[in-house]
Design a protein around this ligand. Structure first.
Ligand code: PEP
Length: 253
């Protein structure tokens, strides 16, 4: 079964308004012709609306939020709800990114609440997970990933599984310049599908897109994306450089 090919840009807390618009325009121009790959851009909150407006009439481009509130609405100063995100044109939200888990202490309970809010607002969720270096060194990476998957997947109703995309992001590879080898990525992605088959069913295991993230760049994308269970990438640092990001999108060709 042919799964969607996806390359997503996580700009994190980078760019000012004018830079964000220029970056989105450059990415659009440089990747517009790569129709077989879906491009998802995750700008900082204040720029989502303008980026979404820029991309809305283009096929193969979507916009997403890097975070969302676990609450629905009301007296939660500084929070951004899923309904707000949806109302400014975003279709996706990142949940479970390692930076949210590590710096903002987001645990399984919070992540599950966020996933429920997002799904209720018809947002698609890119659920991120992955082991830290010590866990890999100790040979615990599969157990850690299985737990992170189980915590969230078991709480998602079967009919909403098609609103989920997974992103395996070994924490030791995020922003470090160190990348999982294609063999390490493939082994883990195959394991993720095994977990999905156990937790949900084989249909979900074969159809759900599973992206790789962690220092993916123009040099290593081709080999990583050639792995049979890798459906694309979640790109941090390299997504701020339009030429480099475009090369990653084209790595499927
Ligand atoms: C990320 O933050 O999701 C990521 C993969 O970052 P980087 O590409 O910079 O490692």
């Amino acid at each position: 079964m042919e799964r969607k090919k996806i390359v997503a840009a996580n700009w994190k807390m980078n760019t000012l308004h004018a830079e964000a618009i220029t970056l989105a325009k450059d990415i659009l121009t440089m990747t517009r012709l790569v129709k077989e790959v879906e491009k998802i851009i995750f700008p900082p909150f204040p720029f989502i609306n303008d980026v979404a407006l820029l991309l809305q009439s283009e096929t193969g481009f979507s916009t997403g939020a890097q975070n969302c509130s676990a609450y629905e609405k009301g007296a939660y100063t500084g929070e951004v709800s899923c309904a707000m995100i949806h109302s400014v044109g975003a279709e996706y939200v990142l949940i479970g990114h390692s930076e949210r888990r590590a710096y903002f202490k987001e645990d399984a309970e919070v992540l599950v609440a966020k996933v429920h809010r997002a799904l209720a607002q018809h947002l698609k969720v890119v659920y991120c997970f992955g082991e830290v270096l010590n866990e890999r060194k100790a040979g615990q990476h599969q157990a850690v990933v299985k737990k992170q998957l189980q915590e969230v997947i078991s709480q998602v109703p079967k009919e909403k599984m098609n609103q989920l995309i997974l992103a395996y992001e070994p924490v030791w590879a995020i922003g470090t310049g160190e990348t999982a080898s294609p063999a390490q990525a493939q082994n883990m992605h195959a394991f993720v599908r095994q977990c999905l088959a156990e937790l949900v069913d084989t249909e979900t295991a074969t159809s759900m897109p599973v992206l790789y993230g962690g220092s993916c760049n123009a040099q290593n994308a081709k080999e990583l994306f050639a792995c049979p269970d890798v459906d694309g990438g979640l790109i941090g640092g390299a997504s701020l450089k339009p030429q480099e990001f475009a090369s990653i999108v084209k790595a499927f060709q």
